[in-house]
Design a protein around this ligand. Structure first.
Ligand code: GLV
Ligand code: MG
Length: 324
């Protein structure tokens, strides 16, 4: 291990993160009854400019009146380049004190953006005598944010998670796509001529770099990496495939921009019985190896060593967290 150790963010389940527009009291009510691990009440892009003030009032009412128990509650504020952001924080944190767990910063570009929000929240918490300390979620969804991702991840002790905002990221990097997540037929590899004279075309994952980069920055700083939205609500297979890729790379979970995506995410980001069984078998085999004075052994014909213990512990700990 390095001598530099980052504290881990509080261990919260973050398999599914439901986005719900603050402009719709009916959707806010449904969100409180959902099975999402985290719900973020949106004041940003799902809310039209004329609706911003009303959305804040709806969110305050929903935070004060609805039963959110068993869930982590976040609020997505407007960007720091708008005049809505300060009111989002001041009005909601003063109007519904000690209700929110997290605040989500969209389009974060620099560590100073995080510092600004941290400073404002700290002042409001001090003024209201808040007992609950609010954590921060940052959406990496611009070229600037990606360029500064490590500094952003390290910018505040409140930081808990990084999220990949694929739609704004595509716009910011001028990627040639208008979809929200998922593969693109133009991002592929054409093989050389094969033995039978044909050539094969394999689609690639154009989001691989961004998600892998976010996972590294988040994990290096003790934060949860979370994959963002998948726009084609009817394509559950497409959502599942994208979520699985993110899971394999190390993400804790994925956004649900429609209630039908919640259970998919909860399921995909929960280790299966078979995976848990295998992880426990590795831990047992390594325990036996330790007693026999060995550092590496084979299990089912495959080499396992001390690093395998850490990999297996990730799965076993996650299973324990889920079963509460
Ligand atoms: C999320 O905010 C996105 O832009 O994808
Ligand atoms: Mg966005």
């Amino acid at each position: 291990m390095s001598f530099t150790v980052f504290e881990q963010a509080p261990a919260r389940l973050n398999r599914s993160e439901l986005a719900v527009p603050g402009s719709s009291p009916r959707f806010l009510e449904k969100a409180a009854q959902s099975s999402a691990d985290v719900v973020f009440l949106d004041l940003e892009d799902a809310v039209a400019p004329d609706e911003k003030a009303k959305a804040r009032k709806n969110v305050i009412q929903a935070l004060n009146d609805l039963d959110w128990s068993g869930k982590t509650i976040s609020m997505r504020i407007n960007g720091l380049d708008t005049h809505y952001m300060y009111r989002d924080l001041v009005e909601v944190l003063e109007g519904a004190p000690d209700t929110l767990d997290l605040v989500m910063i969209p389009k974060v570009g620099t560590a100073a953006d995080v510092y600004t929000v941290d400073c404002l929240i700290s002042q409001i918490e001090a003024a209201t005598g808040a007992k609950k300390r609010i954590g921060l979620e940052m959406i990496i969804e611009s070229a600037l944010g990606m360029a500064n991702i490590d500094a952003i991840a390290a910018a505040s002790k409140r930081n808990e998670s990084l999220h990949f905002g694929v739609a704004d990221y595509a716009a910011s990097t001028k990627a040639a796509t208008v979809g929200i997540g998922g593969p693109n037929p133009n991002y592929g590899v054409l093989t050389d001529t094969l033995e039978d004279g044909s050539r094969a075309y394999h689609w690639g994952d154009m989001w691989h770099y961004a998600i892998a980069r976010m996972v590294v920055a988040a994990r290096a700083h003790g934060l949860r990496p979370v994959d963002g939205p998948f726009g084609d609500i009817k394509d559950q297979d497409g959502y599942t495939a994208q979520a699985r890729r993110a899971m394999v790379l190390g993400c804790e979970g994925k956004w649900a921009i429609h209630p039908t995506q919640i259970d998919l995410a909860n399921d995909i980001f929960s280790p299966s019985e078979a995976e848990i069984g295998k992880a426990k078998a590795i831990l047992q085999a390594m325990e036996d190896a330790k007693r026999a004075g060995q550092g590496a052994v084979t299990l089912d014909g495959k080499l396992i060593d001390i690093a395998s213990i850490k990999q297996a512990e990730v799965l076993v700990n996650k299973a324990a967290q889920i079963s509460g």
